[in-house]
Design a protein around this ligand. Structure first.
Ligand code: SF4
Length: 450
């Protein structure tokens, strides 16, 4: 039995796809092993957004070769689609597969016999029109279920449309069937809906067939899954209808991750984003009016070309005033074949780094404030399979990271807890509570003061 190991860089979508490809291997009789267990085959799933994608890819290939010098090494993922030739020239690589080919890996590589020279199977991205359903299973306490792929937005800084192609989705029927399949394992408590532009869900064969709200309404009825989480949603697609639905949903948790990218309208225009800061602020207000306890994460890019100090400070102040819970800060970096390269006023790297630091500090402040607002409230926590210095972790519905004394019986369990205080690492400490002691309180998506 040949042994195969996987390494995944990047986003939840990549994790769901790696997991699906791993199941294909297992169905064909291969044994899935850890990276260090001298595999016969390595599959490395790359990311184009990751900083220094090329260096990371080279490093992983080198490590793979050191572990199993004669193993077969195949590279897939966004970076493989964008730079197939460059990757094929990395020493130790045997094959590179693009977006349209990665799910046919076993068939295309036929027996995994090392070729004298790396083989490249990467068609133009226009050929990547099929939707391959994927979900992660068995690696984590949560399952990432892919509902949508590709993007038609073409933001001026982003290579994802070039790496993943046009927006396309799975059918509602297929997604429901997959969610039920996951539920029937009896092991998964939470499903995270994953896509490139998740809120654009519903385009099938180039035509809009469904809307995102149809999808979440249908999933809310799936039995056997306790929580659904939306990985990320563009502000212009986050409608009042979606917010109102989540606010009253039994299973969709009060947590949104909404890319902002800049709090300055000139920069938003240059980024080809489809909204202005006023719309974003309105979305946050709407969410917080219906769900005061909702966690809101924000993506933001610093150092986009032509971003002046004043522009950045406008973003900083905008974020500072918004009722949000944390930031994911990205430092702008130049990407081949993107329109942002045409803007000549480059922001020096030193300035980009300084802005990034300022926003990281702001993010810590926001997170702490959000956690403090939740002390004394009752929540449910899904505990994860991790242990560090005798402690384990989990997340509440509204994405507060909880720390508790390690107990293997808690892994993958949902417990009702009282949020007590923030520890020195910034995690929430909790005490378990018995629901029957709180007979008048509804403990679901809503939170009540203890
Ligand atoms: S919405 Fe913009 S940033 Fe997001 S994947 Fe699409 S093109 Fe990239």
């Amino acid at each position: 039995m040949k042994k195969v190991a996987f390494y995944t860089l990047g986003c939840k979508l990549n994790y769901s796809e790696t997991s699906t490809i791993a199941r294909q291997f297992e169905q064909k009789g291969y044994q899935k092993v850890d990276f260090t267990e001298t595999p016969d085959i390595f599959i490395i799933n790359t990311c184009s957004v990751t900083e220094n994608a090329d260096k990371k890819c080279k490093k992983i290939v080198k490590e793979a070769r050191a572990i199993s010098p004669n193993a077969y090494v195949a590279i897939i993922g966004c970076y493989a689609q964008l730079k197939p030739k460059e990757i094929s020239e990395i020493e130790g690589v045997d094959a590179v597969l693009g977006a349209a080919e990665k799910f046919r890996l076993i068939e295309l590589l036929d027996g995994f016999v090392r070729p004298p020279q790396a083989q490249v199977f990467a068609s133009n991205i226009e050929q990547a029109t099929n939707f391959h359903h994927s979900f992660s299973y068995g690696d984590r306490t949560r399952t990432f279920l892919k509902v949508q792929d590709g993007c038609n937005y073409n933001c001026s800084f982003c290579t994802i449309p070039l790496a993943r192609g046009e927006s396309r989705s799975d059918t509602l029927e297929n997604i429901l069937a997959k969610a039920k399949e996951v539920a029937q394992t009896g092991e998964v408590k939470e499903i995270v809906l994953t896509g490139v532009n998740t809120g654009d869900y519903g385009i099938i064969n180039g035509k809009r067939v469904h809307r995102f709200i149809d999808l979440i309404r249908a999933l809310d009825e799936v039995e056997g899954i306790e929580r659904f989480r939306i990985s990320s949603i563009e502000p212009n697609l986050l409608t009042d209808e979606i917010i109102a639905f989540v606010a009253q949903s039994k299973k969709f948790v009060p947590h949104f991750h909404i890319p902002l990218q800049s709090g300055n309208n000139k920069i938003l225009r240059l980024m080809y984003r489809r909204y202005q800061k006023e719309l974003y602020a309105d979305r946050i207000r709407q969410i917080k009016t219906l769900m005061p306890h909702c966690c809101i994460g924000v993506d933001v890019i610093v150092g986009f070309p032509s971003e002046t100090n004043e522009d950045f400070l406008e973003t900083y102040n905008f974020l500072n005033e918004l009722d949000i819970s944390y930031l994911h800060v990205f430092t702008y970096s130049e990407r081949a074949n993107t329109d942002a390269l045409k803007i000549k006023e480059i922001v020096p790297h030193k300035v980009r780094n300084e802005r990034s630091k300022m926003l990281h500090i702001l993010s810590d402040k926001k997170r702490r404030f959000f956690y403090e607002q939740n002390i004394g409230k009752i929540a449910t926590v899904l505990f994860e399979n991790d242990v560090e210095n005798g402690r384990m972790h989990g997340f509440t519905q509204n994405y507060i990271r909880v720390s508790a004394k390690y107990d293997p019986l808690l892994i993958n369990e949902i417990k009702t807890v009282l949020l007590t205080n923030i520890d020195t690492n910034g995690f929430m400490e909790v005490e378990e509570v018995v629901e029957s002691n709180f007979p008048n309180r509804i403990i679901s998506n809503s939170f009540t003061v203890a």
